[in-house]
Design a protein around this ligand. Structure first.
Ligand code: S3P
Length: 425
């Protein structure tokens, strides 16, 4: 994909469904009783991998343009797949499904693409195995492929060393099959979609500060779900609208759950013209229309408890910092090294290649804004968030930006380039 400088991004767009919520709607719908309908489901490759996994375990899932229908078979209704479950590029599928599969009465092997099979899985194996699960790394390297042998799950408490919704969710989902309440305490609160959606499916989940506790239910009940627009996808157009001259973009019905809205707070702290309107509730998830206008920005410091609320947005925030006066410091973000790629290295190295003043640190990066950027030719290591970030960089740079593996945006935002084009016209 080749991109050159653009001015005047204008219009109102809808944002595809939230990736985290879409995954969970399939998973919980599958182990609930009755039918779950899902509107604005994200038809990205990651969420389609989750659908394939549950179909392979005997769940009927119908997909049309407008609605996904899951015919749940109850907590004990999954059946042994006759092949390896292919989780593709999706860490969320792998880690959440591992929690569910821990408590089944059959064995499963999970495997994904090269990026997925190099990401750390000990972070879920350790707490799940401590609950009585039997998960092993087939190559004994702490990564997928994973062999999960269905086991009896003991109620447990886990003090997680990382603020990770995937780790928290894996433990809570195994806890659905436990012999008593299971709780997780994390160092900072990560996204709480699992807790909110389990509650809407009728499960008792108690959230107190940094601890979430699940009481094993007798059953879960299918729901009608409308998935909010993904704030992590809106983030590319929030930043595009702020840094591209003569722009004004409105994004409709975007999720603004307080465990996900760090990017809005950062934009406000940097002096952005960003407004929220039509605040509503969608199955316990708050949503709003977000409007941004081209703004004069200044640097800021980002660290501590806000990090889990914007973890996937740090690449695009790093680009935003290149267009702000002064320095932006991002710290406590070492988790970026174990995402779909090492996002600290990939961002800093390539921003530098474009001419930016960017320095990698052990747990983040320091960016001093104001230098003009020039397009480069770039391989994103198939990381969708890196590809979208450098696309927005490309339309704000001199020369030509060439993203070699741009098709990887399909992982979370299949219409990304069409929407960008529509705003530029
Ligand atoms: C996700 C949690 C985050 C995020 C990922 C989706 C989820 O990962 O980076 O894209 O749906 O639970 P961690 O919780 O592991 O940081």
């Amino acid at each position: 994909m080749k991109l050159t400088r653009t001015k005047g991004l204008r219009g109102t767009i809808s944002i595809p469904g939230d990736k985290s919520i879409s995954h969970r709607s399939i998973m919980f719908g599958s182990i609930a009783e009755g039918t779950t309908t899902i509107r604005n489901f994200l038809m990205g490759a990651d969420c389609l991998a989750t659908i394939d996994c549950f179909r392979s375990m005997g769940i009927a899932i119908e997909v049309t343009d407008k609605v996904v229908t899951v015919h749940g078979k109850g907590l004990r209704g999954l059946t042994k797949p006759d092949k390896v479950l292919d989780v593709g590029n999706s860490g969320t599928t792998t880690r959440l499904i591992s929690g569910i599969l821990s408590g089944q009465d059959f064995d499963v092997t999970l495997s994904g693409d090269a990026s997925l099979n190099s990401r750390p899985m000990k972070r879920i194996m350790t707490p799940l195995n401590a609950m009585g699960a039997d998960i092993s790394s087939i190559n004994d390297n702490g990564c997928a492929p994973l062999l999960i042998r269905g086991s009896k799950i003991k109620a447990s408490h886990y003090n997680s060393p990382v603020a990770s919704a995937q780790v928290k969710s894996a433990v809570l989902l195994a806890g659905l099959y436990g012999d008593g309440p299971t709780s997780v305490t994390e160092p900072a609160v990560s996204r709480n979609h699992t807790e909110l959606m389990l509650q809407s499916f009728g499960v008792d989940v108690i959230c107190e500060g940094k601890t979430a506790t699940v009481i094993p239910p007798n059953k879960m009940t299918g729901q009608d779900i409308v998935v909010p627009g993904d704030i992590s996808s809106a983030a590319y157009f929030i930043v595009a609208g702020l840094i591209t001259p003569d722009s004004e973009i409105t994004m409709k019905h975007v999720g603004i759950n307080p465990t996900r809205d760090g990017i809005i707070k950062v934009c406000q702290a940097m002096g952005a013209d960003i407004t929220l309107s039509n605040v509503e509730d969608s199955n316990g998830e708050p949503t709003a229309d977000i409007t941004v206008k081209t703004s004069r920005l200044h640097g800021t410091e980002i660290g501590g408890d806000i990090i889990p609320t914007l973890i996937d947005e740090i690449p695009i925030i790093a680009l935003l910092a290149c267009f702000a006066d002064g320095q932006t410091v991002i710290k406590n973000a070492e988790e970026l090294k174990v995402k779909e790629s090492n996002r600290i290295d990939l961002m800093v190295n390539n921003l530098k290649r474009m001419g930016a003043d960017a320095v990698a640190t052990d747990d983040g990066m320091i960016i001093t804004g104001g230098r003009p950027l020039t397009g480069i030719s770039l391989n994103c290591k198939y990381d969708h968030r890196i590809a979208m970030t450098f696309s927005i960089a490309g339309i704000n740079a001199d020369g030509e930006m060439d993203i070699e593996d741009a098709e990887c945006v399909d992982v979370s935002y299949p219409n990304f380039y069409a929407t960008l084009k529509e705003l530029a016209e």
